[in-house]
Structures are given as C-alpha cells and as structure tokens.
Write a protein that binds this ligand. Structure first.
Ligand code: NAP
Length: 452
C-alpha cells in the first residue's frame, strides 16, 4: 500500500505517527520534522525507501536506556539523578555520540540529539552510527569529588551497554576531559580491560587525540570558510559574534580570529559580553577553562567592554557572521530577523539545533549563507572517530596530521551537501543538501542489511 503513497503524503503520515508516539517531546519532534520534510525529493526518486519503511524505522531508536543514578554529596546526603542513553541507529557503525550533563536533560533532548547524530556521523564519511546520552545532573557548583562520585555511579550502570564496537560516548555540554577521564577510569575498573576506543575526548596521556578539543569549533569555521569562499567572501576583516563560551565557542573564536575575523561578543547562560575592540581570548579561556567562573568576570579586566545579563541580547549586535555555539533553540524568529536587519550575511551552527524552525525560515528567505548544525559542527565527532582509529592502531598522529584530516573532512561534507542540494533541485540550500547526503548513506546501508 505504502509504495503507492506520494512521497509528500508518506512523510506527513510518518510525522503524524512520530507526533502521536512522542507527544511530550517537542525537541525530538522538531528535529524529525526538519529532516523529514527535506527528504520529499529523495523519496520521489527512490520509492524503494518507502517500500522498505526506511522512514518509520529511522525515526524509532534501536533502544533507549533510562536508569537511576544514586550518589552521595559532600554533606553525606543521598542524591538521585536520571541517566539516559539512546542507541538510535547502527546501520553504518557502532553508536557514537556525546554525553550531556545539564538540568534540562530529558528523553526529548537526548532523542533529538541522537537523531541528528545519525546523519551528522554519516556525513563525516566515517563508519559511526548515531547515539547520545546524558543526565539531568547539574555539574555547576559541585565539588570535584561530587562530580567523580556521580560519574562513577553513572558509568556503573551505563558500562553494560558500551564497547569499542558497540557504543562509544564522548563529551557534550557539561562533560569535558575531566568527566570523560572519570568515565574511562570507572569503565576500565569494572570491565577489567583497557579498551581505549570505548570513549573519545580522553586526555592526551591515555589515548586521547591531539586536536579533539579544538575540533568542533575549528571544524565549524572550516565549514563556513568553504561556504564564504564559494561566494567570494571570507572571515578576513569580518565582524563575528559567537554565543556560548564553552568548548565549541572558545575554539570557534580562536580559529575565526586566526582567519582574520574580529570576534566582538560571546556569552554564557548568565549573559553576554560585548567588546567592540575584539574579545581577548586569553581572558575568556582563563575565566571559563581554568577558573570555571562566569563570563561577566571579563569586564573586570577589560572595563571598556560591556556585560548584559540577557543572553539573548547577543543577537542584537551587528555582525557579518554569527556562530551560535551554546545550546538548542537559542535563536528564535525574532532574533533571526534582528540579525538579518543588522546586516548578518552568514550563520554557521556550532551548537546542535540552535535555530528554531521559524529562525531557519528567516535565513532561507533572506538568502543568508546558512551552515546547518549537522554539517557545520560535524568536526567534533569526525575527530572522535579519528581518535578511535588511532586507538585501534595503537598509534598517535600529530596535531597537524589530525587538523589536516579535519579540514579535508569538512571540505568533503561541504562538497557532498552542495552536490546533493543541486542534484535534488535546491541549489545553495545546505539544509536540504546535508539532510539528503547524510540520509542516503544511512538509508542505503539499512536497505542492504534487510529488515532489522
Ligand atoms: P560546554 O563546553 O558545556 O559549553 C556550553 C556553553 O553554552 C557554556 O558557555 C554555557 O554557559 C552556554 N550556554 C548553555 N545554555 C545557554 C543559554 N541558554 N544561553 C547562552 N549560553 C548558554 O558545551 P559544548 O561542548 O561547547 O557544547 C555547546 C553546543 O555544541 C551544544 O549544543 C553541543 O551539543 C554542541 N556540540 C558540541 C560538540 C563537542 O565536541 N563538544 C560537538 C558537536 C556539537 P554556562 O557555562 O553558563 O552553562
């Protein structure tokens, strides 16, 4: 029956089912809607995907694990958090995707991230499936010992589902090298085996890859550079704003500056700083990476800069290029319109799904050079897969070797996305292009493997 359905009707049918089955998961619904609606031209050309029920299967996680994480705080009080891991799709490789520790984490957030990860990972051209995990644990204000005790409890349950050929987590919001280190230590202790490839984002001294810390931020800039170059533009001499001041933001700022941009603003969840002379990155790095303080501290050292408490206000600053690198849905329609009105020409997403569907429509209507997250921020997971490769070889590449591979991967993602957009009649639309390019790789592997 289904094979007779028009592609558009089929997409609507699948999406209606997703809404019904995931009624209280708005972020997951948003991510699915964004992908499915750009697949109509592919399904028109390839009815075999409809016959094989690829969409119905691809929107359903292979499994979702939810577990209790009990731990003891510094006052001796028992605390309980909820842990999650979604193993979304393993058609092209072991599940791969980060772990997020943030109070907002729930199954909707984890499923949207895991769903996006499937196609992002496929775009990198590496053999990695899609997964994601996390907890509603808030690392802010916790002591090192509390974080370690929490992470050990988290891993004591999660380890059963992991392995270098099964599922390979990494960091994300609230999870950096320290937390990955605690996860690795506990996994090793329970398994009784040194399986370096079970986690990525590890410290350099025990199997981590040079260039992993920088990869997502650098990769976003490399991707945007390709987009700008195609239109005769560049970072050189441009004014850039970057939201966030975490791992992705800091290295996006660093690379954009290296390319000759003036980065004038960044933020955290408390507010944003605006430094019209150009942000002093060393100060931001020290405040956020070493002292782990608030971005508001910046103005104490650079009194000519301004701090505003409303983090959303960052989108009112005039810029040529915006790089949202903080969190999901940080740019709504109103902020997108403001950016366009103030002269923004290009926007590249370092964060996952930082733009609402309405904001995306604003970019496309105004011919903004728009680098969507799945493509633009794939550099992090790409270097994670390079870390797995190095672990497998028991060998380490130099920073330059990793960085060169990252540049090549980002160029290829750009080329594949442009090619797919043109082939299916949407030239210059990298949302459609990257969705189709990533989807086809996964769909073809699923077709080849039968109904599983
Ligand atoms: P991170 O190091 O924990 O940094 C997150 C930053 O975003 C922090 O500065 C945080 O501020 C800020 N933030 C959070 N919510 C905010 C809000 N509502 N408004 C303004 N700022 C906010 O995390 P990350 O690894 O950089 O991840 C950032 C984004 O990139 C996420 O969407 C993540 O999924 C995505 N991503 C990360 C990687 C990776 O390799 N790490 C790869 C691909 C995509 P506070 O310090 O105040 O919380």
């Amino acid at each position: 029956m289904k094979v007779q359905l028009e592609a558009k009707a089929y997409v609507e049918l699948v999406f209606e089912k997703v809404k019904k089955n995931n009624a209280h998961e708005p972020e997951f619904q948003q991510a699915v809607k964004e992908l499915l609606h750009s697949l109509v031209p592919v399904l028109d050309k390839h009815p075999e995907y409809i016959k094989a029920g690829i969409l119905e299967r691809i929107v359903e996680p292979e499994r979702l694990i939810i577990f209790r994480v009990p731990w003891v705080d510094d006052q001796g009080q028992v605390q309980v958090n909820r842990g999650f891991r979604v193993q979304f799709n393993s058609a092209i490789g072991p599940y791969k995707g980060g772990i997020r520790f943030h109070p907002s984490v729930n199954s909707s957030i984890i499923k949207f991230l895991g769903f996006e990860q499937i196609f992002k990972n496929a775009l990198t051209g590496q053999p990695i499936g899609g997964g994601k995990g996390g907890s509603d644990f808030d690392p802010k204000g916790k002591s090192d010992l509390e974080i370690m005790r929490f992470v050990q409890s988290f891993m004591t349950e999660l380890y059963k589902y992991l392995g270098p050929d099964i599922d390979v987590p990494a960091g994300d919001i609230g999870v950096g090298a320290q937390e990955v280190g605690y996860m690795f230590g506990q996994y090793k202790r329970i398994r009784g085996a040194y399986e370096a490839g079970v986690l990525t984002g590890k410290g350099i001294g025990y199997g981590g890859s040079l260039g992993r810390k920088e990869a997502t931020g650098y990769g976003t800039v490399y991707f945007m550079e390709e987009m700008l170059r195609a239109k005769g533009l560049s970072f050189k001499g441009s004014t850039v704003i970057v939201s966030g001041s975490g791992n992705v933001a800091i290295y996006a700022i660093e690379k954009a500056m290296e390319k000759g941009a003036k980065v004038v603003a960044c933020s955290d969840s408390g507010g944003y700083i605006y430094d019209p002379e150009g942000i002093k990155l060393e100060t931001v790095k020290r405040i956020k990476e070493v002292e782990k303080k608030r971005i508001s501290e910046y103005v104490n050292e650079h009194p000519h800069a301004q701090y505003q408490e409303d983090w959303k206000g960052i989108w009112s600053i005039p810029c040529d290029i915006a790089l949202p690198c903080a969190t999901q849905n940080e740019i709504d329609e109103e902020s997108a319109k403001l950016l366009v009105a103030k002269g923004m020409k290009a926007l590249g997403e370092g964060a996952n799904m930082p733009s609402t569907l309405e904001a995306m429509a604003v970019y496309l209507e105004n011919n903004i050079l728009y680098g969507p997250a799945k493509a633009a921020n794939a550099g992090g997971v790409a270097v994670s897969a390079l870390e797995m490769a190095q672990n497998g070889m028991r060998y380490a590449w130099t920073f330059e070797e990793v960085d060169l591979k990252l540049q090549m991967i980002m160029k290829n993602i750009y080329k594949d996305s442009v090619k797919a957009a043109e082939e299916y009649g949407y030239p210059d639309n990298l949302v459609v292009g990257s969705n189709i390019a990533g989807f086809k790789k996964v769909a073809n592997a699923m077709l080849a493997q039968g109904v599983v």
